[in-house]
Design a binder for this molecule. Structure first.
Ligand SMILES: [Zn+2]
Length: 401
């Protein structure tokens, strides 16, 4: 295809064989693939790159939350900002121009992270569209003024109401609060849900009920949902059907889930990642995100959403080109659609946010993490990466397919 860009938007999109209209500037792209930019659907900016400041023996979700809470308390606005920029700079280089950040509202930092990230959102709007979720990591009803803090967060710039089904006094109380807050602010909901291997932990059943009761179909996302992988398949399928009917998006977070789940299994260790293929088969909108970068929840990564896709591919036996296409859809169109980034994609009149990969075979974007060479935001080049190659082993392997 030829892509024409004017005033930051796509204004022409026709097959390459047709001669395009004249333009002031032309870029002849050969042997590359251009995708719409990537969507990072779930990330914690202020908790990134904490790994070396944490104890060396964190092996459970509970301990990760506890130890991170101690560090969070000490975070200044300047430090929060520098962690954010470190993630944003790296993510942009990997092709991300749309992002949803889970920003912690808690009794330790109160609104410090939110206020900082609202500023960051404004400062980087020419590069990345950033959505802010008001996320109560430490629960809402364990602490005195959390209800007020959550509401103030929505007043002060949070876009989405967050929640956590596995860390509060009472689930129903928690869901009542989050759904009512979302209704009041006409906001979407994004809940950390059922993050364990425990087959009994099925808050998703209540999330489905609340979604239907509040008529929030298509506006609710759940991250993790890993307990679903521990129950018998027939029951999991029946739940998946209900998730699909309620229009709830499932956000798989394999880099964290694969690391923290399965810890108590002594043999045949469970993978602990939501059953992505089963959910897809039952018609659920499934996407995936990085969640964390180099901290107690996820010691790996540097903001490349493809890392999560490649791990998901391995954990769930993605193999052929059709499945690689599915994985790309999950961090492009499907994610943008679920998160409400409306000006997204290779369509006339939409943002010219593009990521150019150094390959002619789209499966290589996942299989070999093909280099993201250039990133365009509203038609402007905003990141480029080149790699100088030198290889003394020259036996003509370039022709091997
Ligand atoms: Zn998260």
């Amino acid at each position: 295809m030829n892509i024409g860009i004017k005033n930051g938007e796509i204004c022409y999109l026709r097959p390459h064989k047709e001669s395009p209209p004249l333009s002031k500037k032309q870029l002849d792209v050969k042997n590359k693939i251009i995708l719409p930019s990537l969507v990072e659907s779930h990330i914690h900016l202020e908790k990134a790159f904490m790994l070396h400041e944490l104890p060396k023996d964190i092996t459970s979700l509970k301990k990760a939350i506890e130890e991170t809470a101690k560090l969070k308390e000490t975070l200044s606005k300047e430090e929060i900002k520098s962690r954010c920029f470190k993630v944003l700079e790296k993510s942009l280089r990997y092709g991300v121009t749309k992002m949803r950040a889970q920003v912690e509202i808690d009794p330790f930092m109160e609104l410090r992270a939110l206020e900082t990230i609202v500023e960051v959102k404004e400062e980087i709007k020419h590069l990345i569209d950033l959505q802010i979720v008001a996320f109560p990591q430490e629960g809402i009803f364990f602490h005195e003024n959390m209800e007020l803090l959550m509401e103030t967060a929505m007043e002060q710039g949070a876009d989405v109401v967050g929640g956590i089904t596995y860390n509060d006094r009472n689930l129903h109380e928690h869901l009542n609060f989050t759904f009512q807050l979302a209704k009041k602010y006409n906001a979407d909901i994004d809940l950390h849900t059922d993050f364990s291997d425990n087959p009994e932990e099925l808050a998703i059943l209540d999330v489905i009920k609340w979604t239907n009761k509040y008529k929030m179909q298509g506006r609710v996302s759940v991250g993790h949902l890993t307990s679903l992988a521990s129950i018998e398949q027939k029951k999991a399928r029946a739940i998946a059907v209900e998730i699909a009917k309620s229009g709830i998006t499932v956000i798989a977070l394999p880099l964290t889930d694969f690391y923290l789940n399965g810890r108590k299994d002594e043999q045949a260790v469970r993978r602990g990642v939501t059953p992505v293929k089963l959910l897809l088969e039952e018609g659920v909108n499934v996407i995936y995100g990085s969640n964390n970068i180099q901290n107690a929840f996820t010691p790996y990564g540097e903001g490349n959403p493809i890392d999560a896709g490649a791990l998901l591919a391995q954990v769930h036996y993605f193999y052929n080109d059709v499945e690689m296409k599915q994985l790309l859809d999950m961090i492009t169109y499907k994610a943008a659609n679920a998160l409400g980034f409306n000006q997204y994609g290779l369509k006339l009149g939409h943002d010219a946010d593009l990521a150019m990969f150094d390959t002619t075979d789209y499966t290589q974007i996942i299989l070999s993490k093909a280099l993201c060479e250039a990133v365009y935001r509203k038609g402007e080049l905003v990141a480029s990466t080149t790699v100088t190659k030198m290889n003394k082993l020259d036996i003509g392997v370039g022709s091997v397919r």
